[in-house]
Design a protein around this ligand. Structure first.
Ligand code: FES
Length: 183
């Protein structure tokens, strides 16, 4: 059986696109607000990075398709600006939603507890490279507020205690970057 061409592989990837992931709703909201204007690319990429912690290949494919832009163009813009990252920044990532519903649910306290526990500021990675903590705007699943996305798992109804316990567990039971200097 012949090897699938790169184009076919890309098409297959598009079909497998994780549309069930609620984080895409946040991207959709920006797309709609910008009326799918191609010059809104930077804003849409920013929303995607906030939602996923970095720009996944799938999210770039999705954005290219939604804005009817060539993938190479979207990829070129994403790699041109240093504030976009195409790689997960830490071995693990904790993304805390600070949209209105989550904020009202005291999501800021979750951020503070992560910062304190792992000696890292939101938007940064622990010095041992184990954990990146970021914040984002509404992820589109406000019914679950406050929401934390830990390593691509959407966690709902979180508290500082439950999030810390899950992050500690994800880091292998230790206290992760505790004692480290944020990079
Ligand atoms: S405000 Fe957090 S999911 Fe909507």
């Amino acid at each position: 059986m012949p090897e699938p061409t790169p184009a076919k592989k890309d098409a297959a990837k598009e079909k497998e696109h994780p549309m069930g992931d609620p984080r895409y709703k946040g991207i959709d909201r920006v797309l709609k607000r910008q009326q799918y204007q191609q010059d809104a690319l930077i804003e849409v990429l920013t929303a995607a990075q906030e939602a996923f912690g970095y720009l996944t290949e799938e999210s770039l494919i999705y954005i290219a398709r939604q804005l009817k832009l060539p993938f190479s163009w979207v990829y070129g813009v994403a790699t041109f600006y240093h504030f976009f990252s195409l790689k997960p920044q830490g071995e693990h990532s904790a993304i805390v939603c600070l949209g209105t519903a989550c904020y009202v649910g005291k999501a800021a306290e979750i951020v503070e507890s992560l910062e304190r526990e792992f000696c890292v500021k939101a938007g940064q990675t622990t010095s041992d490279g184990k954990l990146t903590v970021t914040t984002t705007r509404c992820l589109g699943c406000c019914g679950l507020a406050p929401v934390v996305v830990l390593d691509n798992n959407v966690l709902g109804k979180e508290t500082p205690e439950t999030t810390l316990a899950k992050v500690r567990q994800a880091l292998g039971g230790g206290n992760g970057g505790n004692g480290g200097t944020p990079s």
